[in-house]
Design a protein around this ligand. Structure first.
Ligand SMILES: Nc1ncnc2c1ncn2[C@@H]1O[C@H](COP(=O)(O)OP(=O)(O)OP(=O)(O)O)[C@@H](O)[C@H]1O
Ligand SMILES: [Mg+2]
Length: 377
């Protein structure tokens, strides 16, 4: 793809497999050490045993934050002030093992190290260990607002275009300035023109990155979805956030009065969306609960196959409560797609029986979670 830079992650590394993990003070997981399988890791146990907390700990390792709460006081064990997650991590080179660690305190302090070198931000950390999470909130990818779908697209663009997060940061800054000026009773027109002129090309560049990404992703979505029975005919359409026949500058200029009236910028990359239709109808309006979950899996798995094609590495999958809402046949299809991706995946569920017959011989490890302790078997 022209003009595209493939991210190799911070320090030139993308890590894809966690053979060994240590968790301290993440929710009810006070101190836990575990060796994982390179492919399927099934974590089962009763409600409240700590299964989602284990996925949360892995997510903290890859993203520096929780997927459940922004407030770290809720994530750190009640009796502690900070949490630590550290791991041995590997990529395709079987001879090299890297050491990755993250520490977060209740007050929000962030510290992370890869092989002894400091990682300064959660954004840098995210380039090292690409993760895909599917949990109960993932339904929002189809049922929620466009923000969820922009985040989905931005995951993909962020991991392949090295300049993307900087571009996005500059766009956000210019948007904030323009919106502040729009809300001023007596607008400084020179500043307004300057920020509009700054914002427009940034929005165009972001949109071009996303559009390229969607164009590449669509065939992967179709292929993965075709492997899941009953999903119907899918159409994916990218909406860039303003009228396609206008440049962003033209669209903003045409609607300046409206923007002043509402006090915010109504056109731009912050309004983009990815529309998903099934048999001609918006997916959220036609699919059953289980089918919605299945389509979310298809979208995320497609993203991972595209990522592997582009970067040459797999992402780590975290699947919270896979058995919920999915019948046996569809669980089987999801698991076989995960095996096909040749990635490491972590799946939780309440009942061990729900996984019987789904897993490939000797390509998995079961773990029992009980009161925040984990045992293999
Ligand atoms: N900050 C915290 N400190 C200590 N324990 C916590 C904290 N936050 C949550 N917990 C407890 O941790 C336990 C594990 O929660 P978790 O969500 O991981 O369970 P789970 O095994 O995923 O359950 P389910 O099957 O219901 O999804 C719960 O009993 C919860 O009350
Ligand atoms: Mg849970």
């Amino acid at each position: 793809m022209q003009g595209q830079m493939y991210s190799l992650g911070l320090l030139g590394k993308v890590l894809m497999y966690i053979p060994h993990l240590e968790i301290h003070q993440v929710r009810n997981l006070q101190s836990l050490t575990v060796d994982f399988h390179s492919m399927a890791n099934i974590i089962y146990g009763v409600n409240g045993s700590g299964k989602t907390s284990l996925l949360e700990a892995i997510y903290l390792l890859g993203r520096g934050r929780s997927f459940r709460h922004r407030d770290l006081r809720l994530v750190v064990n009640h009796q502690a002030d900070e949490l630590v997650v550290s791991a041995k991590v590997k990529n395709n080179d079987p001879l090299v093992i890297h050491q990755l660690g993250v520490k977060r305190s209740c007050s929000g302090n962030f510290a992370a190290r890869l092989d002894g070198r400091a990682i300064l931000t959660a954004g840098q950390l995210a380039t090292v260990l690409p993760l895909q999470l599917i949990d109960a909130q993932s339904f929002n990818l189809l049922e929620g607002g466009p923000l969820q779908r922009r985040q989905f697209l931005d995951w993909g663009v962020f991991h392949v275009e090295q300049s993307y997060s900087q571009l996005w940061g500059r766009f956000q800054k210019a948007l904030k300035q323009r919106n502040q000026l729009l809300r001023h009773a007596r607008m400084d027109e020179d500043s307004f023109r300057a920020w509009t002129a700054e914002l427009a090309p940034l929005g165009e560049q972001i949109s071009a990155c996303r559009k390229r990404y969607v164009e590449g992703l669509v065939s992967h979505i179709q292929t993965v979805a075709a492997g899941f029975d009953g999903l119907g005919i899918l159409e994916i359409e990218y909406y860039q956030g303003w009228n396609e026949s206008l440049s962003l500058l033209e669209a903003m200029t045409v609607d300046t009065k409206r923007d002043i009236a509402v006090g915010s910028t109504s056109h731009g990359a912050h309004k983009a969306d990815m529309r998903v239709r099934v048999d001609g109808t918006p997916a959220a309006d036609i699919l059953s609960r289980g089918q919605t979950k299945l389509l979310v899996y298809a979208l995320k798995l497609a993203q991972a196959t595209y990522f592997r094609d582009q970067v040459g590495e797999s992402c780590v999958f975290l699947l919270d409560d896979l058995p919920a809402e999915l019948d046996y046949h569809h669980r089987q299809q999801v698991v076989s797609c995960l095996y096909g991706l040749d990635c490491q995946f972590f799946v939780t569920g309440v009942d061990k029986k729900d996984f019987e017959g789904l897993l490939k011989d000797s390509a998995y490890q079961m773990f029992h979670m009980e009161h925040g302790e984990i045992t293999a078997g």
